[in-house]
Design a protein around this ligand. Structure first.
Ligand SMILES: [Zn+2]
Length: 431
C-alpha cells in the first residue's frame, strides 16, 4: 500500500506537466544492479560483473543520480531529507536498456524491405507528421518495455529527399520520451542508381556534408554487400565520413564478412554489427582492433536462422553489445528483455553478460557511456523498476513485460497498469 500511495502522486505531478521534482529517493530494492565497472567497453570476464547491491537505494536530484548504495546509508543522507520516496521493496532496479541498433524508421510500415523502390515511394507520399506519429508510437512501446536510449538507422538508398525527411523526423523526436540517436545508413541499391562509384561520389561530395552541416545524424553507417566490386565505394565512403567527423558503423549481416572486418579495422569504426556469418578467426581480428559489435539475436527469426558467434567474440575479448534490430517487417520485436533472454538461449551468453551488453555496452556502442548505461553518481537517472525478485528472471521470461516503472532523466515515463474492472466512464456509450 505504501508503494502505491507514494508513487501515484509523483506520476500525477508529471502528467500535469511543468512541475519538476527536485529530489527522488528510490529505496528498498531487493536487487539493485549498478553495472558499475571499468571506464571502457566491458570485455571478457568484466561482462559478468553487474555490481549488485542487496536492499539498494538511489538518490536523484534534477534528473541526475546523486547517490547509489545500500538503503540504510543512502536514506540517512542529509540530501535525502524531503525527497519524494519510492518504495521498490521486492523489486529489481537496473539501468534502462540502451538499444544500439534498430531500423525503426525504414522501410515504412506496410512495405517490404525487399522492395526498396516501393519503400522510398511510400516515404515520399507519407506526410512528415504521419511518420512522426508512427515513430512516436514505436518509441512509446519501447519505453513501456524498458528502453531509455535507442539508435535508429535510415537506409533509403540514394534518395536525398527521403533521407532528409527521415532525418528531420528523427531530429524532431530525439528527446521525448527516449533519447534517439540517428544514423545515416548508406545503402547501394542497383534499382536506385546508375554507377555505384558515381553514386558514392555524390553521397560523399554532397549528401554527407549536408547531413553533417545540419547536425541530424551522429553515425555514418553502411550496409555491407559482399560484392568485391563495391569495396572501393565503401572504402571511399568511410574515409570521407571520418574526415567530416562522423563516428562510423558497419552493418555486416551478409556472408563472407572478412572484407567488411578489414575495412572496420582500417577505418577504426566504433562498431561492426550483426556478424551472423563471422568465425572465431574474425572474432580474434575484431578483438585485436578493439572494435565493438552489436549482436542481434531477434534478427535470426526472420533471416536464415543463423546466430552470431557470441561466445567466440566474448572469449576473444570483443566488447559485445545487444540490440533489437527492430524493423516493422523483418524483426518486429522491440522488447530488449526478449533480446536479453534470446541472447542467453540462442547465443549462449550468461545472463550477466547479456544485461551488461544491453545496458553499459550499448551505451559504449553509441558513445554515450559517460551519461547512461549504468547507475553511478553523475549519470542521467535512466532506470527501470522491474517486477522481478532476481535479475535471472529476465533470462526465463521470454516475451513477458516485467517493467513496473521506466524513468528517463529523473522523470517517470511509464508505469504499468492494473488488471481490474475499468470504470464505466472509460467507454463511450453506443448511440
Ligand atoms: Zn540491422
Amino acid at each position: 500500500m505504501v508503494r502505491v500511495r507514494v508513487i501515484l502522486p509523483v506520476l500525477q505531478c508529471y502528467s500535469k506537466g511543468g512541475y519538476k521534482l527536485e529530489s527522488i529517493l528510490i529505496r528498498g530494492a531487493r536487487h539493485l544492479l549498478t553495472v558499475r565497472g571499468t571506464r571502457g567497453p566491458r570485455c571478457g570476464p568484466a561482462l559478468n560483473e553487474l555490481n549488485v547491491i542487496q536492499d539498494g537505494a538511489i538518490l536523484i536530484r534534477d534528473g541526475i543520480l546523486v547517490e547509489v548504495g545500500p538503503s540504510r546509508r543512502v536514506e540517512n543522507l542529509a540530501q535525502a531529507r524531503g525527497a519524494i520516496e519510492i518504495n521498490a521493496a521486492g523489486r529489481l532496479v537496473m539501468p534502462g536498456f540502451v538499444d544500439s541498433h534498430t531500423h525503426l524508421a525504414f522501410p515504412p510500415a506496410g512495405i517490404q524491405a525487399s522492395d526498396p523502390v516501393a519503400a522510398v515511394r511510400a516515404l515520399h507520399t507519407a506526410t512528415g507528421q504521419r511518420l512522426e506519429v508512427r515513430t512516436r508510437a514505436y518509441l512509446e512501446a519501447m519505453a513501456r518495455h524498458g528502453t531509455t536510449t535507442v539508435e535508429v538507422k535510415t537506409g533509403c538508398g540514394l534518395d536525398e529527399a527521403a533521407e532528409s525527411k527521415l532525418l528531420r523526423m528523427l531530429f524532431a523526436v530525439r528527446r521525448e520520451p527516449l533519447d534517439v540517436i540517428a544514423s545515416f545508413l548508406f545503402r547501394l541499391t542497383g534499382e536506385l542508381n546508375g554507377g555505384s562509384l558515381q553514386a558514392t561520389e555524390w553521397v560523399v561530395g554532397e549528401l554527407l556534408p549536408k547531413i553533417h552541416r545540419r547536425g541530424v545524424a551522429h553515425f555514418a553507417d553502411f550496409a555491407w554487400d559482399c560484392d568485391a566490386a563495391l569495396l572501393p565505394c565503401f572504402d571511399r565512403y568511410l574515409g570521407a565520413a571520418r574526415k567530416l567527423g562522423f563516428a562510423c558503423k558497419i552493418h555486416a549481416d551478409g556472408p563472407s564478412p572478412a572484407a567488411a572486418i578489414a575495412l572496420a579495422v582500417t577505418h577504426h569504426v566504433v562498431s561492426i554489427d550483426h556478424l551472423e556469418h563471422a568465425t572465431a578467426c574474425h572474432a580474434r581480428q575484431i578483438a585485436e582492433a578493439g572494435i565493438m559489435t552489436t549482436l542481434l539475436p531477434s534478427a535470426s527469426f526472420s533471416g536464415d536462422g543463423r546466430d552470431a558467434p557470441a561466445r567466440a567474440l566474448i572469449d576473444a575479448g570483443v566488447g559485445v553489445a545487444l540490440g533489437s534490430n527492430f524493423n516493422p517487417h523483418h524483426t518486429p520485436a522491440l522488447n530488449m528483455q526478449t533480446v536479453v533472454a534470446l541472447a542467453c538461449g540462442r547465443l549462449e551468453m550468461t545472463i550477466e553478460e547479456a544485461i551488461s551488453a544491453a545496458t553499459i555496452n550499448g551505451a559504449h556502442a553509441l558513445g554515450l557511456a559517460e551519461k547512461v548505461g549504468s547507475l553511478e553518481p553523475g549519470k542521467s537517472a535512466d532506470l527501470l523498476i522491474l517486477n522481478a525478485g532476481h535479475y535471472r528472471d529476465l533470462e526465463h521470461s521470454l516475451g513477458t513485460n516485467l517493467v513496473h516503472l521506466t524513468m528517463k532523466r529523473g522523470k517517470f515515463i511509464y508505469k504499468e497498469g492494473e488488471v481490474a474492472p475499468l470504470p464505466a466512464d472509460d467507454f463511450v456509450p453506443h448511440r
